[in-house]
Design a protein around this ligand. Structure first.
Ligand code: PBG
Length: 342
């Protein structure tokens, strides 16, 4: 080794007493002092299900498919085998079944309810999360009902519809309902509706801090909620990415109204928010590594610019280190499998 003149002088004079590198010297020491670890139990696997026979690849999300019901059940089985405690189910509804009020959301044997009912029966130990929002079912692609002018989402009418939807999801077998709509007052109303219908034990995971993010694009491809290929503007209900104090206000309101856990979404670009929410609350904090975060790692890896496995693991570790107790990620099965083989 060539000697760095300055360094040898330092050593000779014993000036460097603090040497953090001692604890980075070997793999065993690094493992000993590691502060954050990712485990299969930290993961929620979001799954897309459609009514067709085969699986359809989602172009902007390599490795992700709109699954037939049968494949969806196989994925549930895989989750159980890998030690992933929870899946989140997202239905893809054909355009013909959509309308202005999202009425198919309430149809007795719609795809989501069938998926939940059967999965609960076959895999009673797997926790099932169902999104509470109307965007899979509305022809305009918004999460709720439009007001008279058609220019904005009607808050209170939407909350009423979502409360009914949450009860139907609980009845179909959802263990956790996850309102992803960002309407005001929905957590309290959903809690009252669930309790009133006898679903006192159904938990509410609130998408408390959901930003109006451009990272949701591939998800909207996956569930087909883009209208004419355009991104729809949800900025009258989803949060402005510039704001962080507002995130704490949203979290406080949802806790007051009875949320059992709160979520920050997206995750990677919002680590400061995850940390702030962690410090502001004693509830479990979830983070959603969204479709665009998944897509960008895949896109760079396809070009040979990034190592997929390593950036995947690092991105999830960072989300956990920031304070998330659990993470919704399309990488869930891949990571859980990788953890198992280590
Ligand atoms: C809709 C919903 C969205 C996501 C989860 N639920 C999209 C949106 O708000 O437009 C995004 C998830 C992702 O991008 O992975 N209520």
């Amino acid at each position: 080794m060539t000697r760095v003149p300055g360094a040898s002088t330092l050593a000779a004079m014993d000036l460097v007493l603090q040497r953090p590198r001692r604890l980075r010297r070997t793999d065993s020491i690094r493992r000993l002092v590691r502060e954050t670890r990712l485990a299969a139990a930290d993961l929620v696997w979001p799954l897309f299900v459609h009514g067709g026979a085969g699986d359809e690849p989602v172009a902007s999300m390599p490795g992700v498919f709109r699954l037939s019901l049968d494949s969806f059940f196989r994925a549930c089985e895989r989750a159980c085998g890998l030690g992933i405690p929870t899946v989140a189910v997202f239905p893809c509804i054909p355009r013909e079944a959509k309308d202005g009020s999202g009425s198919h959301a309430f149809a007795e044997s719609n795809l989501l309810f069938r998926a939940l009912r059967e999965a609960k029966k076959r895999f009673p130990d797997l926790a099932l999360i169902a999104d509470v929002a109307l965007d899979p079912y509305t022809s305009h692609g918004h999460d709720g009902l439009l007001d008279g002018s058609g220019a904005d989402v009607d808050n209170d009418a939407t909350v009423e519809a979502l409360s009914r939807l949450a009860v139907l999801e609980a009845a179909a077998g959802a263990d956790i309902v996850a309102p992803s709509d960002m309407m005001d007052g929905r957590i309290g109303e959903i809690r009252r509706a669930l309790d009133g219908a006898g679903f006192k034990s159904t938990a509410i995971l609130s998408y408390a801090v959901k930003y109006r993010s451009a990272f949701y694009g591939p998800f909207r491809d996956a569930v087909g909620s883009k209208v004419g290929g355009d991104e729809i503007d949800k900025s009258s209900y989803q949060m402005d990415p510039a704001n962080s104090r507002e995130a704490l206000r949203e979290v406080a309101l949802d806790i007051e109204q009875g949320a059992d856990a709160v979520m920050v979404k997206p995750a990677g670009p919002y680590l400061d928010i995850i940390r702030a929410v962690r410090e502001a609350s004693h509830l479990p904090v979830a983070a959603y590594q969204v479709s665009g975060e998944y897509a960008q790692l895949h896109a760079a890896a396809e070009r040979g610019w990034l190592d997929l496995g390593k950036t995947r693991d690092e991105s999830l570790l960072a989300i956990k280190r920031a304070g998330a107790d659990f993470i919704l990620t399309y990488f869930a099965a891949d990571v859980a499998a990788a953890l198992r083989s280590r």
